[in-house]
Write a protein that binds this ligand. Structure first.
Ligand code: ATP
Ligand code: MG
Length: 407
């Protein structure tokens, strides 16, 4: 294959761990090249988080070559040609070149090959099918270099065919476009996405959720969600998204490290029941669920008084309170100069949660039997303590508890 240019050496390429892996794979004359996100990101000056390696040798040979170099190989997906190595604490995936034998809308039967162009032809987008040698020489069988530089997210081959092979590519298209695309988006791709939305139903909700959350981390997700609505995709994967304008406002203020779950909460509107429904439907983890629902909770007005702020911080915790403040800020227009919300967020950042001075043991010590009444009494006194601005100490709380218990 003819070289298509060079990628200046990058720190991740010259890291000793990766060098050792590349040297091991080339030891008997075989060819291994970087591919996918690492090459695309390096070309675009973006951070490289994971390095994928494509290799012309079959996986059994890959394992032999690595073992000969004393590098531990883990056959993570050997039937698909993938071997994972952990070198110096960093994992790398090495995948043998493949071509599709049969596709089924998501899973495919593949055959190993030593044909780089065939491997490129089964990748999704041209900018994801650029290969790079250990020394930085680039190979571009799908003409992805120019597309990457111009922000053109283009399917390798005919979009409709490629989508029918794997419907996840519809969501990957919008996600990759959100992160690496420049408008206008490729119309042939958009039309093909619209034509094949039915196929989205075969995807697992976990996959869909993963793609959506990654898309939401992009710099302008609201515009892409609008595009997805226009092409009838969003209705199939997130019909609960009713508030794209609030998301747009949030993105203006939510800073350099945007949180996808907060953004998801924004697009759902401030509706606790809906947040719970979406968390269930998308099978979010319990941590994610708490975050999403917490963000939608804690109704407070545009100018919350000191007690509301204090109580919400205590009840929901600093993290959820911060999300709530951001969402209110977005709701009230998302003006970066609005100091009220910035102050609330700063307050949450340095918040130390007061500790309620009583426990269940204090209730039992009064001779009350174990059972629901213990919790009820504790909550009553805790409420009273909150309403008093968290000022009462242990003795005052005990006195209050005794008084309530005797009623
Ligand atoms: P990132 O890791 O930043 O999400 P990536 O491009 O590396 O981006 P991966 O999911 O890690 O994405 O996939 C690695 C490469 O595998 C892609 O660049 C692409 O070439 C190929 N690929 C991944 N998923 C598909 C798919 N569904 N259809 C075709 N090719 C795919
Ligand atoms: Mg990747």
């Amino acid at each position: 294959m003819i070289p298509a240019g060079t990628l200046p050496q990058q720190p991740w390429m010259t890291a000793p761990a990766l060098r050792a892996v590349m040297a091991a794979l080339a030891a008997k004359g075989g060819t291994a090249r970087f591919v996918g996100g690492c090459v695309r990101n390096a070309l675009l000056g973006r951070a490289v988080k994971e390095v994928d390696i494509a290799c012309a040798d079959p996986p059994t040979t890959v394992i032999e070559l690595l073992t000969a170099a004393s590098i531990k190989a883990i056959p993570t997906g050997i039937e698909h040609g993938t071997v994972t190595v952990v070198a110096h604490g960093t994992p790398f995936e090495i995948t043998t070149l493949r071509r599709d034998v049969e596709t089924m809308g998501r899973k495919a039967v593949v055959a190993f090959t030593d044909d780089w162009a065939a491997d490129a032809a089964r990748r999704d987008f041209t900018m994801n099918a650029i290969y790079c040698d250990a020394d930085g020489t680039l190979y571009d069988p799908a003409d992805g270099l120019a597309d990457a530089r111009a922000g053109r997210v283009r399917f390798v081959g005919e979009p409709g065919e490629r989508i029918q092979e794997d419907y996840l590519r519809i969501l990957r298209f919008f996600r990759i476009y959100a992160h690496y695309g420049h408008p206008p988006a490729d119309v042939a791709a958009l039309r093909a996405c619209r034509q094949h939305t039915k196929g989205l139903t075969i995807l697992s909700v976990e996959r869909v959720a993963h793609e959506l959350l990654r898309l939401l981390a992009a710099s302008d997700p609201a515009t892409v969600l609008t595009l997805m609505t226009e092409y009838e995709v969003l209705q199939h994967v997130l019909p609960e998204a009713t508030d794209i304008d609030r998301l747009r406002a949030l993105v203006r203020i939510d800073g350099p490290d945007p949180l996808p779950l907060r953004r998801l909460a924004a697009v759902l509107g401030l509706d606790v029941a809906k947040a719970e429904r979406v968390a269930t439907r998308l099978k979010l983890s319990s941590r994610e669920r708490v975050r999403l629902v917490g963000a939608a909770s804690g109704a407070f007005g545009h100018e919350p008084d000191a007690a509301t702020v204090r109580n919400n911080l205590y009840l929901y915790g600093a993290e959820a309170f911060t999300d709530q403040a951001y969402l209110r800020w977005a709701e009230s227009g998302g003006r970066p100069t609005d100091t009220l919300f910035a102050t609330l967020i700063e307050r949450a950042r340095t918040y130390l949660r007061p500790v309620f001075p009583l426990t269940g043991d204090d209730v039992l010590a009064l001779g009350i039997e174990r059972g629901p009444r213990v919790g009820e009494l504790l909550s009553l006194v805790e409420r009273w303590w909150m309403e008093g601005g968290f000022a009462a100490g242990r003795d005052a709380c005990l006195a209050k508890l005794t008084e309530r218990a005797e009623r």
